[in-house]
Design a protein around this ligand. Structure first.
Ligand code: HEM
Ligand code: FES
Length: 437
C-alpha cells in the first residue's frame, strides 16, 4: 500500500501538480522568484555556496537524465572496463561538492540578518529538502554500489512505465527503503517546484546562448581594438553554441525515433484475421509452455532427490549450475576437503543469479550490485549490499547401485562414510527439504 503510493500515486500527483502549478506561476507570477534575490544583501558566501552547488547538481542531474531517458546509450558508455568506477567516483565527489555548497547557502540564510530579511520559511524547507535529497542519493550510491549500472535495468524501465502510463512498480518494489525515500524526495521536490524559488529552473535564459552579440564601438583606438577582440571571441562562442545546437537537434531527431515507437505502442496493433489467428496461436503456445513448466516443477516436487552432476564433474574453482526444488538456481562445487559444497545461487540482496567463478579468496560474485560470497560459509563480504548468507542446500552422494553413501542436510552434520575411490563413482543429488535419507 505504502509502496503503491510512493512508487505510483506520488509520481503522478507530483507530475500533475508540477506541470499545472508551473504553467500557472509562469503566467501569473513569474518574476516573484527573482524579486526576493539576496545577492545585494550578501555576495561573498553566495558565490562560495552557489557555484559549487549549481555545478555539482547540474552535472549529477544531467547524468540522471541520460541514464533514465537513454538507458541503452548510458550502458554502452559504461561498458569499457573502469568507466563505471570513474562515473561512480565522480558522482560521489559531485554530491560532496553539492552538500558543501548547499551547507554554505543554508548557513548564510540562517546566520546573516540581511539575508534573513528576504528569506521565507519555504526557502529553508526547500534548501533542507534538497540537502536531504542529495544525502539520500549519496547514501544510495555508497550502500547500493554501482547504481549507474543497475539503474538501467530497474529504475529506467520503471521510469518509462510511468511515462507511458503503464506503471509497473515491480522493477523497484524490492529496493531498500533508502532508495525509495530518494525517489519520494524527487517527486516531492517536483511538487514544490511551482510554489517556491525552484521555479527559477524553468526561467534559465538559454536564449542568450544564440542571441547575436551587441557590439559597442569605441572611438578610442585601444578600446576599439579591445571591442573587436571581444567581438571575435563572442562570435566564436556563438559558432560553438550553434554547433552544440546542431548536435542537440540531431539528438532530438534520434528521440523522434523513440517517440514513433512510443506512438505505435499506444496505437497498438491493428491485426487482420490472419494476424489475429497468429497471435492466438502464439498465446496458446505460451500457455502450453507455462503448463509444461508447471508440470516439470510438480514432477520435481514429487522426487525425493534431483540429480545435479556426477561427482567427477565438480571442481573447486568453478561452480556447476542446477535448478533447485523451488525452481531457483543453485551452485555445486568441490570443497577443499573433497566434499561437495551446495549453495543457492539466488543472491540474498535482490535476487540476481550469482556468478559461478571462484576467485583466489574462495568467493563468488553477484555482479548486480557487487556482493562477494564465501563459498565455504555462504557469507557475504563485509559492507556488501547483500546482508545474509547464500542458503545451503541438502545433498546426497549416491553410488551406481542407488545407495546413499554420504549426505548432508542444509547446515547439518555429515552422515555416512566413503573413500575417495568410491566417491569418484558417485553422483551428486540435492535432497528434498524434510525428507529422510
Ligand atoms: C525520479 C528521480 C530520480 C531517480 C530515479 C534517481 C535515481 C538515482 C540513483 C539510481 C542513484 C544511484 C546512482 C549511483 O549509485 O551511482 C542516485 C544517486 C544520486 N541522486 Fe538521484 N534520482 C532521482 C532524483 C534526484 C534528484 C531530484 C536529486 C537532487 C536534487 C538527486 C540527487 C542524487 C545524488 C546527489 C546522487 C549521488 C550521486 C550519484 O551517484 O549520481 N536525485 N539517484
Ligand atoms: S542482487 Fe544486489 S548484490 Fe546481488
Amino acid at each position: 500500500m505504502v509502496d503503491a503510493f510512493i512508487l505510483v500515486g506520488l509520481p503522478y500527483l507530483a507530475i500533475a501538480v508540477g506541470i499545472a502549478g508551473s504553467v500557472w506561476r509562469l503566467r501569473n507570477d513569474r518574476y516573484s522568484a527573482s524579486a526576493r534575490s539576496s545577492q545585494f544583501m550578501e555576495n561573498r558566501a553566495l558565490l562560495w555556496g552557489s557555484a559549487p552547488w549549481h555545478i555539482g547538481i547540474i552535472l549529477i542531474l544531467a547524468g540522471h537524465a541520460l541514464a533514465l531517458l537513454w538507458p541503452g546509450l548510458w550502458s554502452a558508455l559504461l561498458s569499457p572496463p573502469g568507466v563505471l568506477e570513474v562515473v561512480e567516483g565522480t558522482g560521489m565527489a559531485l554530491s560532496l561538492l553539492c552538500l558543501a555548497g548547499l551547507g554554505v547557502l543554508l548557513a548564510r540564510r540562517i546566520t546573516s540578518a540581511r539575508v534573513q530579511a528576504v528569506t521565507t520559511t519555504m526557502d529553508l524547507v526547500v534548501a533542507g529538502l534538497l540537502f536531504v535529497q542529495v544525502l539520500l542519493g549519496l547514501l544510495t550510491a555508497v550502500h547500493l554500489r554501482h547504481g549507474a549500472a543497475w539503474s538501467t535495468g530497474t529504475v529506467a524501465p520503471y521510469f518509462w512505465s510511468l511515462i507511458t502510463l503503464r506503471p509497473d512498480m515491480s522493477y523497484v518494489a524490492d529496493f531498500p527503503a533508502l532508495f525509495k525515500l530518494h525517489l519520494a524526495g524527487a517527486w516531492l521536490l517536483l511538487m514544490l517546484l511551482p510554489f517556491t524559488r525552484l521555479i527559477h529552473i524553468l526561467s534559465v535564459p538559454i536564449g542568450y546562448l544564440w542571441r547575436a552579440p551587441q557590439i559597442v564601438i569605441w572611438n578610442n583606438p585601444r578600446r576599439r581594438q579591445q571591442a573587436v577582440d571581444a567581438h571575435i571571441t563572442a562570435e566564436s562562442r556563438r559558432e560553438f553554441f550553434k554547433g552544440f545546437a546542431g548536435l542537440t537537434v540531431a539528438a532530438g531527431l534520434l528521440s523522434l525515433g523513440v517517440l514513433e515507437k512510443l506512438f505505435n505502442y499506444f496505437k497498438g496493433p491493428q491485426p487482420d484475421a490472419q494476424a489475429e489467428a497468429d497471435l492466438l496461436a502464439k498465446k496458446l503456445r505460451r500457455l502450453q509452455q507455462t503448463a509444461e513448466e508447471r508440470e516439470l516443477e510438480l514432477e520435481r516436487q514429487r522426487q525425493k532427490m534431483i540429480l545435479v552432476a556426477r561427482y567427477s564433474e565438480l571442481v573447486e574453482n568453478k561452480g556447476h549450475y542446477f535448478i533447485d526444488y523451488q525452481m531457483n538456481p543453485g551452485l555445486a562445487f568441490k570443497g577443499k576437503d573433497g566434499l561437495p559444497i551446495v549453495l543457492s545461487a539466488k543472491c540474498t540482496h535482490l535476487g540476481c543469479t550469482v556468478g559461478s567463478q571462484v576467485d583466489e579468496q574462495g568467493r563468488i560474485l553477484c555482479p548486480c550490485h557487487v556482493s562477494y560470497f564465501d563459498i565455504a560459509t555462504g557469507n557475504p563480504n563485509p559492507g556488501a549490499p547483500a546482508k545474509s548468507p547464500l542458503p545451503r542446500i541438502s545433498w546426497a552422494l549416491v553410488d551406481p547401485s542407488g545407495k546413499v553413501l554420504l549426505s548432508r542436510k542444509a547446515g547439518g552434520p555429515l552422515v555416512g562414510q566413503a573413500d575417495p575411490a568410491m566417491l569418484a563413482q558417485c553422483a551428486l543429488y540435492i535432497t528434498k527439504p524434510g525428507s529422510q535419507m
